[in-house]
Ligand binder design. Sequence first.
Ligand SMILES: CC(C)(COP(=O)(O)OP(=O)(O)OC[C@H]1O[C@@H](n2cnc3c(N)ncnc32)[C@H](O)[C@@H]1OP(=O)(O)O)[C@@H](O)C(=O)NCCC(=O)NCCS
Length: 170
Amino acid sequence: MEINLSSITLRPFRLSDAEDLMSYAGDEQVTRNLRWKTMTTKDEAVTFLKDVCIPHPWRRSICIEDRSIGFISVFPWSGDDSHKADIGYAIAPKYWGQGITTEAIKTAVPQVFKDFPHLLRLQAFAYSENKASQRVLEKAGFQREGLLRKYGYIKGEIIDLVVYSFLSTD
Ligand SMILES: CC(C)(COP(=O)(O)OP(=O)(O)OC[C@H]1O[C@@H](n2cnc3c(N)ncnc32)[C@H](O)[C@@H]1OP(=O)(O)O)[C@@H](O)C(=O)NCCC(=O)NCCS
């Protein structure tokens, strides 16, 4: 199914997204690159939407025809570090490789700088083996800054991460 990129929209999550959320949060091909536990029931998805997605400072559902196929999250730092924020994302495997995440990030970046006017730096950390994620960041205009060796912890493993940034002045 070829998707018209202009039909991709971003919106806050709703409880009614539970079933659609399972198409990515319930898939290990997706969750193995995230800190998320793989969801197995719709109840878990509802709880996650209620406790995490809806109250989140900036989490958007990536949608096609208003149905959730993925997410973008932005975690602003606080206090003396409030000039920066981390960005994370994923989409359901059946939509991979069509430029959807790149398009969604390109849409999200100006919105994030508008919603957090004091923000100077948006940063992303990709698992060094996650070439698709690194490519997405490059295509969306992020700059590769380097390799952080033994920096991240994911699913019981200490991993190397590649760090990227997009500045408000870029
Ligand atoms: C990473 C992810 C978000 C990419 O989404 P997507 O919508 O398929 O991304 P896009 O189609 O916009 O771009 C993917 C790019 O990676 C490339 N790519 C895919 N797999 C690759 C691989 N193994 N090696 C090199 N490049 C690869 C694609 O060819 C494409 O680049 P191109 O347009 O130059 O051909 C998706 O795979 C995903 O949800 N993965 C699981 C969660 C995840 O890893 N999140 C990021 C955590 S940092």
